[in-house]
Design a binder for this molecule. Sequence first.
Ligand SMILES: *[C@@H]1O[C@H](CO)[C@@H](O)[C@H](O)[C@H]1NC(C)=O
Ligand SMILES: *[C@@H]1O[C@H](CO)[C@@H](O)[C@H](O)[C@H]1NC(C)=O
Ligand SMILES: *[C@@H]1O[C@H](CO)[C@@H](O)[C@H](O)[C@H]1NC(C)=O
Ligand SMILES: *[C@@H]1O[C@H](CO)[C@@H](O)[C@H](O)[C@H]1NC(C)=O
Ligand SMILES: *[C@@H]1O[C@H](CO)[C@@H](O)[C@H](O)[C@H]1NC(C)=O
Length: 337
Amino acid sequence: MAKKQILVSMVFAFLVLVSSSSKSHEEEEADRISALPGQPNVSFQQFSGYVTVNKIAGRALFYWLTEASINPLSKPLVIWLNGGPGCSSVAYGASEEIGPFRINKTASGLYLNKFSWNTVSNLLFLETPAGVGNAVTDNYYDNLGTVTYWWSHAMISDKTYQQLINTCDFRRQKESNECESLYSYAMDQEFGNIDQYNIYAPPCNNSDGSRFTRQTMRLPHRPHRIFRQMAGYDPCTEKYAEIYYNRPDVQKALHANTTGIRYKWTACSEVLNRNWNDTDVSVLPIYREMIAGGLRVWVFSGDVDSVVPVTATRYSLAQLKLTTKIPWYPCSDLICP
Ligand SMILES: *[C@@H]1O[C@H](CO)[C@@H](O)[C@H](O)[C@H]1NC(C)=O
Ligand SMILES: *[C@@H]1O[C@H](CO)[C@@H](O)[C@H](O)[C@H]1NC(C)=O
Ligand SMILES: *[C@@H]1O[C@H](CO)[C@@H](O)[C@H](O)[C@H]1NC(C)=O
Ligand SMILES: *[C@@H]1O[C@H](CO)[C@@H](O)[C@H](O)[C@H]1NC(C)=O
Ligand SMILES: *[C@@H]1O[C@H](CO)[C@@H](O)[C@H](O)[C@H]1NC(C)=O
């Protein structure tokens, strides 16, 4: 559940039809992954490498395509973009959310994710094209929904909740010091040692404890705080990812880092996260446009994630004031959606 929720809220996933590729057959073959180090045998094909966006500026986007395991040509294509801003679709989307492989604890091999979405579709993980931001649906309603989730899930006291509601603006990117210290109090004194992406799971026991992580980046009100935190079923996945994807043999197999970048690969880019300051405060106008254009939009939240909580999604979607066609109904594998 947590996993799914993280995904959709921090990600924009689009179903698109596969149109003509701009890569030639040779380029396609050059991008084919024969096997990743420590990978189990699989029946589907995979490709990865760079797509040049602007040759003169030296800009290229890294992608990893994992085809559907059965009849890929008849399956849709999901494009997966993780947010942050600045977090990697390979680190999160592919390796701990919907992709076919999980990285094992020693980062020496991969194992199959039995919940991989590539059983039903082709998956294209694309690294941070310009404009991919954070998980915000709407700044105000997301922040309100987040503290309400904390309160409704007994993570914070009534008093702290009331103080947050009374003190914080929720519309601003940068909150007042008073509000910031209430957030700190809630997290440090009241939350306890939990994984914020799955409040019923313990966090990764990161003995160095000081790394900049997605957790930090996902909280718009406190973007630079160092907070020891990880996500997913194995909350330490991003740690394994940073070992595995920095291995020269893995990079070679993925056709990555072909120019010998001087710094190490990280699951999130702190530089990008800190410096991107023109992010939109709400994507609701975009939803309105998409809906007006006849597109169906699926907004999904799980129920155990306190970072992109279901309450925030509900408050935000309510602002669209859409007409209900089908009333609320229970969702199961058989009848959903
Ligand atoms: C994987 O495939 C190779 C080549 O077909 C085969 O030799 C090997 O036994 C297979 N390994 C497993 C675990 O199925
Ligand atoms: C990780 O995968 C490698 C390669 O398949 C294997 O040798 C190793 O035992 C695995 N380690 C763990 C902890 O699963
Ligand atoms: C975290 O790991 C360290 C070192 O392995 C250990 O001493 C400590 O007890 C662990 N903490 C928790 C909360 O598991
Ligand atoms: C790229 O490869 C070089 C070695 O050629 C390595 O030192 C560097 O850490 C890698 N950078 C990234 C971003 O993967
Ligand atoms: C973003 O930050 C840069 C550098 O600090 C600054 O020049 C720019 O005006 C800022 N943009 C916005 C929209 O605040």
